[in-house]
Design a protein around this ligand. Structure first.
Ligand SMILES: Cc1cc2nc3c(=O)[nH]c(=O)nc-3n(C[C@H](O)[C@H](O)[C@H](O)COP(=O)(O)OP(=O)(O)OC[C@H]3O[C@@H](n4cnc5c(N)ncnc54)[C@H](O)[C@@H]3O)c2cc1C
Length: 501
């Protein structure tokens, strides 16, 4: 390896690799100390600007390689999604709203330049949180970055037809109900709520603070006992149909050339990076098991963990939490079970009903126009947390925990009938309940988009855009997400306190 720039390429992080290689004007074959091969073209003169920013793996793929891959699928009449590419630039694990959003933004920004592959073991999303959520979008966080991510997603959803339209296909319609989100607060939390509203307004959210009297006038069908005030979104908040959103993202991605692979990521291969100091590793390839039981290796430049509630398992495959030193610290994300109950109340508040979040953790919103309501409970104490073991619904949870709170807030709900219910996992960050986004401090070509709690849907477009900016533009623009980096679990960060809550 004669070029000093290339020696540094092996040593440095992925981002610095991208910057430095631009200065070398030749095709170069790289070989890491463990023998994995990469081809990098770096001639500035014959590349459009956008290509210079792209992380590339397997860049030097001949047309034959590409055709062969496609023909292999055709020859064996394999259904779409079962051909696993041998190389890709970006490997995304998990094709829910977050993974698909990241894929969309990478491909949108650089349609011709980078290969993006999404590995998804459950292509009909029977267990994905994206499909099992309470469907809400709001800007009501105390953390400015969260508000920015939600604002961005809301704007994205408003303009979804421009973003996700596909020629010859019906325009996407995510049935966004802009009915607003009403967050209620007790006296002890009133000051914090008022401060949050000011911060949210400063960031551009159309949110107002309502006193108890104003609440009572506006929503006479609700009982505001124990409530001091509430904040209400006047624009851009509400709920939507997550399946239509995910389907639109996926359809657009496929039209842009993103490869969705039906398979389960079962492991990563690591390679040693040449350094002057202690031995270092980076991720080199992912191993995917397809439904026929075969395992396939895909070399990549960058892997992004979008595995939702299963993110810690995927992180472990990369030795995060099982290695030594910095790798001994696990990704602190666990599944937490949440139920969604649908009840019927023909005499209910109907159109008047925003998405309501109560201090008790109770939540409800109107579903359609036929008198149906979706409700659930985010337990405020660990004691009330449902057991995670399976996706079964505990109807006793509704009778004992949800219905009493619901009828206390809206007495009319005592006449409602429970119609159906489902359970899903949210991805809970056990350390500070905030997102984990961005690179691992040691495995720099491994990025996270995890720990999104009950807000992943509303952050999804913002996260996709932000990670694209981080990867391709060398820095965040839509929201500065550095505080969400994994580093905070390794150092005693005074900022961490501010992330909690
Ligand atoms: C009941 C409930 C209510 C919620 N309400 C809201 C709400 O109102 N608003 C809001 O914004 N958010 C809400 N959320 C949270 C939100 O749904 C999630 O944060 C969001 O959907 C996360 O999206 P994701 O793409 O990261 O994860 P997921 O949708 O779970 O997708 C992860 C995907 O990764 C795949 N995967 C995992 N491991 C592997 C592997 N090894 N190989 C291949 N594939 C793998 C899984 O099959 C899955 O499809 C709620 C969640 C629940 C459970």
């Amino acid at each position: 390896m004669s070029c000093p720039m290339l020696r540094s390429l092996c040593r440095s992080t992925l981002k610095s690799v991208l910057l430095k290689t631009h200065h070398c004007k030749q095709f170069v074959k790289l070989r890491s100390s463990l023998g994995s091969a990469r081809f990098v073209t770096t001639d500035e003169s014959d590349k459009p600007d956008v290509q210079k920013r792209i992380p590339r793996a397997g860049h030097f793929r001949s047309a034959w390689d590409v055709m062969k891959e496609e023909f292999e699928g055709m020859k064996t009449m394999k259904p779409p999604g079962t051909v696993v590419p041998r190389e890709t630039d970006v490997l995304i694990i998990g094709g829910g709203v977050v993974g698909s959003s990241v894929a969309y933004w990478l491909k949108h920004e650089d349609p011709a330049g980078s290969n993006v592959t999404v590995i998804e073991r459950d292509p009909v999303y029977t267990r994905a949180s994206s499909m099992l959520s309470w469907e809400g979008i709001n800007f009501r966080s105390s953390i400015p970055e969260n508000v920015q991510l939600s604002l961005y997603t809301s704007d994205f959803l408003r303009d979804i037809k421009q973003h996700l339209n596909v020629l010859h296909e019906a325009s996407p319609d995510v049935q966004f109900n802009h009915q607003g989100y009403l967050l209620l607060a007790e006296e002890k939390d009133a000051e914090r709520l008022a401060e949050d509203v000011v911060m949210q307004q400063d960031l551009g959210a159309r949110v107002v603070l309502l006193t108890k009297r104003q609440l009572t006038e506006r929503y006479p069908w609700m009982d505001f006992e124990g409530i001091e005030c509430g904040s209400l979104g006047l624009e851009g908040e509400g709920w939507l149909d997550p399946w239509s959103y995910l389907r639109a993202l996926k359809q657009k991605n496929i039209s842009l050339g993103v490869k969705y692979v039906h398979g389960e990521l079962t492991g990563f291969e690591l390679v040693e990076i040449e350094t002057d100091g202690p031995v270092k590793f980076k991720l080199d390839a992912g191993v995917t098991r397809t439904p026929d039981g075969r395992e396939h290796e895909t070399k990549f430049c960058l892997a992004i963990n979008c595995a939702g509630p299963w993110a810690a398992d995927v992180a472990e495959m990369a030795r995060v939490g099982t290695g030594e030193g910095d790798l001994a610290v696990p990704l602190p994300v666990e599944p937490r079970k949440r139920y969604a109950f649908v009840n019927h109340l023909p005499s209910g508040p109907k159109l008047d009903c925003p998405l309501v979040k109560d201090p008790s953790g109770l939540f409800f919103h109107r579903e359609g126009f036929g008198g149906h309501y979706v409700c659930g409970l985010d337990p405020v104490s660990e004691v009330d947390e449902p057991v995670i073991a399976n996706f079964e619904v505990d109807f006793g949870f509704y009778d004992e925990k949800v219905l009493p709170k619901l009828t206390k807030r809206v007495p009319e709900f005592s006449k409602s009938n429970l119609k159906t219910a489902w359970a899903g996992y949210k991805d809970h960050n056990i350390v500070d309940q905030s997102p984990v986004i961005g690179p691992h401090p040691y495995l720099r070509n491994f990025l996270f988009a995890n720990g999104l709690e009950g807000q992943g849907l509303q952050y999804s477009a913002g996260i996709g855009r932000a990670l694209m900016e981080y990867i391709l533009d060398n820095g965040y623009k839509v929201a500065k997400l550095d505080r969400f980096h994994f580093d905070r679990f390794l150092v005693d960060d005074p900022e961490q306190e501010q992330l909690t809550g």
